[in-house]
Ligand binder design. Structure first.
Ligand code: UDP
Ligand code: GAL
Ligand code: MN
Length: 528
């Protein structure tokens, strides 16, 4: 005769054996257990033919209670799992926003905040974030205008009978010759794109199946679109790999007129390419804020008055602008009357003995500002040289994901003549065989996320150079040119937007909007 033990917990492990017949089966199983197993030390001894008695029935009842408790625990576990998977989904969505550059502020910001305030800011930020994120996204590609707006009908062909390559709201019109297939293919190859194409071919089942599958994609795309990831070309970074060989784009056509599209189809803004009434009306629909950083250290504070006064006449008039003036002498910032919706904040920074360092530190300070919660309000950012003056309209036509300006002195030059950094030891190095345009360092613009990425990258590259005791020929402008070569701007400003007072106005330039003023370097710079 074999005897065995039936512990309640054992009965629950093998619940189907807890019926009276089951007990006999348990007996068989327990036989396989080693003699050292405590299960074999019984409280109830049974043999094959034992009939369940009261004690055993009590035991089985206890086992049932165990099973009930277990079932409860399982249900609670399941509920918990559901909760975890939901919060994981939130984390993912947050990460998308992070990719849009909004979370970056928060993350970087957290490191620096004193512990007590950390959470407060984080919470505030999270409350604001979705709103801000959606806003930027919307601005980027919903070009709505109100009904009944009166403006000239756009023409498709110019007076020379050739196709016009830009709509009056600065959307590229793709004609043969407007783009470089090698270049544009290379840019888009970097992205793992899927082009959903719907085909309607009723009558054949197989086609119907195809349609129903392909219809799912637009839906998913729409979801992604709402997260701000993929919708518009403007949202992609237009990157190329180093060493790609293609023709240098020209700035002026054979007729001497400004060419309005880059070979990667970024609009080049010239007078006459856009309709101010129409484009203002489109952007007015959105509640935009353009953060504008200006550095005025040492004797450069003297430029602030003209800069600000002329800006108030010409710069985003009627739109929200927030100037951030970085200076070592806040008391030198003149009181300039600001137009409606325009604000100004002065940020005190330490000075530097070398103008090169002042100029260089702009990237770092721009990066830090964009990390801070100050700029939660910002949709777009511009960083502008203070030794400049506005002479004409600078408005929403300049807004884009990443914006660079074509330098006044080099738009007619071949790429070998550009004053890029040519020493391979510098991170700003560009070989003679490469280059699109020579960009001016006095104007950088774009969405917060994109300008942040630019400033951060340039700051890192500048630091690598500094650690090797090499300074690029035109400091941050050299690094900017390197960045723009491999991360192409989505909008280019013609030299109208960065002229030089020392250069007379040529035929091809219909208007000068912003220009570097004359200055006596020896007198205003802290060092030669
Ligand atoms: N800057 C400044 N103080 C200086 C030197 C430069 O504030 O002593 C800032 C200022 O915003 C200026 C920018 O750095 O517009 C670029 O320097 P600068 O205009 O002298 O360079 P350039 O345009 O002549 O190459
Ligand atoms: C000068 C300009 C400098 C720098 C240089 C590049 O005309 O004043 O800021 O851009 O061109 O070669
Ligand atoms: Mn300057």
């Amino acid at each position: 005769m074999t005897s065995t033990c039936l512990q309640p917990w054992f009965a629950y492990i093998l619940p189907r054996y807890t019926s009276p017949t089951g007990i006999r089966n348990i007996h068989n199983i327990i036989n396989y257990l080693p003699v050292t197993n405590p299960v074999r030390h019984s409280v109830i001894r049974v043999n094959k033919d034992t009939k369940p008695n009261a004690k055993m029935m009590k035991l089985l009842k206890t086992a049932n209670i165990f099973r009930l408790v277990l079932a409860g625990l399982l249900i609670m576990g399941l509920i918990y799992l559901c909760y975890i998977s939901t919060s994981l989904r939130y984390a993912k969505e947050d990460q998308r926003l992070y990719l849009k550059g909004e979370r970056e502020h928060q993350n970087n910001f957290q490191w620096k905040m004193p512990q007590g305030r950390e959470r407060e800011h984080q919470d505030n930020f999270q409350l604001k974030m979705p709103q801000g994120g959606e806003r930027v996204h919307q601005n980027n590609f919903q070009l709505k205008m109100p009904q009944g707006l009166s403006y000239d009908q756009p023409r498709v062909l110019g007076p020379d009978g050739k196709g016009i390559p830009l709509s009056p709201w600065l959307a590229p019109i793709v004609w043969e010759g407007t783009f470089d297939p090698i270049l544009i293919d290379s840019i888009y190859k970097q992205q793992n794109l899927t082009i959903a194409t719907t085909v309607f071919a009723l009558g054949k089942l197989i086609y119907l199946c195809y349609i129903s599958t392909s219809l799912r994609y637009p839906k998913e795309d729409q979801k992604i679109c709402l997260k701000g990831e993929r919708e518009h070309q403007d949202n992609f970074q237009l990157q190329i790999s180093q060493g790609l060989s293609y023709n240098q784009p020209r700035v002026l056509g054979p007729d001497g007129k400004g060419i309005p599209l880059s070979p990667w189809l970024a609009p080049i803004v010239w007078e006459g390419t856009f309709d101010p009434t129409l484009i203002d009306s489109i952007y007015k629909q959105q509640n935009l804020t353009i953060v504008t950083t200006v550095f005025a250290l040492g004797k450069y504070t003297r430029f602030l008055k003209d800069f600000l006064e002329s800006a108030e006449q010409n710069y985003f008039v009627g739109f929200h602008v927030h100037y951030y003036i970085f200076t070592d002498e806040p008391e030198q910032v003149p009181a300039v009357e600001l137009g409606e919706g325009h604000h100004l904040t002065v940020i005190k920074v330490p000075s530097s003995n070398r103008w090169q360092d002042i100029s260089l530190s702009r990237m770092k300070r721009l990066e830090k500002l964009l990390e801070s919660p100050f700029v939660n309000e910002a949709d777009y950012v511009f960083s502008l040289d203070v030794d400049s003056k506005f002479y004409g309209r600078w408005g929403v036509e300049t807004l884009g994901r990443l914006v660079g300006v074509i330098h006044a002195w080099f738009y007619g030059s071949s790429r070998e003549q550009f004053t890029y950094e040519r020493r391979p030891e510098s991170q700003a190095f560009i070989p003679y065989s490469e280059g699109d345009y020579y960009y001016g360092g006095a104007v950088i613009g774009g969405l917060v996320k994109d300008v942040y990425q630019l400033a951060k990258t340039c700051r890192e590259q500048l630091e690598i150079d500094a650690s090797k005791s090499i300074e690029a020929v035109w400091q941050e402008e050299s690094h900017l040119n390197k960045y723009f070569l491999y991360n192409k701007p989505s909008k280019l400003l013609s030299p109208e937007y960065l002229w030089d007072d020392s250069k007379s106005k040529p035929e091809e330039l219909k208007v000068i909007r912003f220009s570097q003023v004359l200055k006596n370097y020896a007198e205003i710079r802290p060092n030669p």
